[in-house]
Design a protein around this ligand. Structure first.
Ligand code: COA
Ligand code: NAP
Length: 284
């Protein structure tokens, strides 16, 4: 296990800074919230499930800082406006917004309904815009920054991921547009694209457990990532360490993209085919 960020970055690097993380109740986004809380930030998290958010907040409070869990769906612009207003009223204006809320599943495009495609676009892409738009006035005051949690699907095609690929590619291009447009306000906008991260819902949903070992061996660094490693990349992008960096994506995947998506397509294709037992094309 890699060292905790609190041992790698200057202690208190985020002291006095207010961070809002969408989808911060679990997985990678909770890992990001944890890293920033461990470095002194006041952290607000939102999601759809109150019990999950409360449990996450309890964990984050162990770092000694202030934590605000708020039930708010990213698809609902009014709810995001209310979330960001509550953050400001509780802690002051936000200095870092992390957009991590997402939904995903494996689905062959020819079987995916229009509503299934739309749902992922609404959570990932429109949801990220909603939170961003709701945070703009505060980010302008703080000359703050935004970090989007993207994915390899946004720059490399994966089978059964037309919906997520379109959503994440949209986020990447929005990131670059906003970096251009909001640079004059002093707002930096970047993204992190995690690779396969251990013990996460995303990995559970997208990998074939029967072939995980083979998949991991094909990753140049020969292992899955850890949520804390995504937190470290976000801490860099959210801090003054990256003061002159905007419009950039950090790919944090152990080099997985260098080997392409073929092996994953092959293994999840077999998994879907055996689940459906249809004998249809399986990329296998
Ligand atoms: N395969 C194909 N279509 C699917 C699907 C699957 N596995 N899961 C959901 N859908 C479709 C539904 O059938 C529905 O379309 P329809 O009305 O045409 O039938 C549409 O997607 C919406 O589904 P619904 O369950 O109403 O959406 P929701 O808003 O309650 O939940 C999801 C959103 C589907 C993305 C859900 O998986 C979720 O909440 N995910 C969050 C956690 C997550 O995905 N984590 C991993 C992040 S990488
Ligand atoms: P996760 O634990 O399921 O995280 C997604 C979070 O988003 C959950 O806490 C979920 O909580 C919340 N969420 C979902 N829909 C929402 C909505 N409409 N409004 C508000 N919150 C919502 O999965 P994860 O694997 O850690 O993924 C986190 C991020 O990393 C995602 O952006 C994902 O695309 C990205 N990523 C993951 C991997 C991986 O290996 N896991 C790889 C690449 C990229 P509720 O359901 O309670 O709302």
């Amino acid at each position: 296990m890699t060292a905790h960020a609190s041992a790698l970055f200057a202690p208190g690097l985020f002291k006095g800074r207010v961070v809002a993380v969408t989808g911060g109740g679990s997985g990678i986004n909770l890992g990001i919230a944890d890293t920033l809380a461990s470095l002194g930030a006041d952290v607000a998290i939102c999601g759809r499930t109150a019990s999950r958010l409360e449990a996450a907040a309890e964990k984050l409070r162990a770092h000694g800082g202030r934590v605000l869990p708020v039930v708010a769906d990213v698809r609902d612009f009014g709810a995001q406006t209310a979330f960001l207003a509550e953050v400001e009223a509780t802690f002051g204006p936000v200095s870092t917004l992390v957009c991590g809320a997402a939904g995903n599943f494996l689905a062959p495009a020819e079987k995916l309904s229009s509503n299934g495609f739309r749902t992922v676009i609404e959570i990932d892409l429109i949801g990220s815009f909603n939170s961003t738009r709701a945070a703009f006035d505060q980010l302008r005051q703080t000359r703050g920054n935004i970090v989007y949690v993207s994915a390899g699907q946004g720059f490399m095609p994966y089978a059964f991921q037309a919906h997520a690929g379109a959503a994440k590619a949209g986020i990447e291009q929005m990131m670059r547009n906003l970096a251009l447009e909001w640079g004059p306000y002093g707002i930096r906008v970047n993204s992190v694209a995690p690779g396969p991260i251990a013990d996460t819902e995303g990995l559970l949903r997208l990998a074939n457990p029967a072939e995980l070992e083979r998949f991991v061996r094909a990753i140049p660094l020969q292992r899955l990532g850890e949520v804390g490693e995504i937190g470290q990349a976000v801490a860099f992008l959210a801090s003054p360490l990256s003061a002159y960096i905007t419009g950039t994506q950090i790919v944090c995947d152990g080099g997985q993209n260098l080997a392409g998506s073929g092996l994953l397509n092959h293994s999840v294709g077999k998994m879907l085919a055996s689940a459906a037992a249809t004998g249809e094309p399986s990329h296998g």
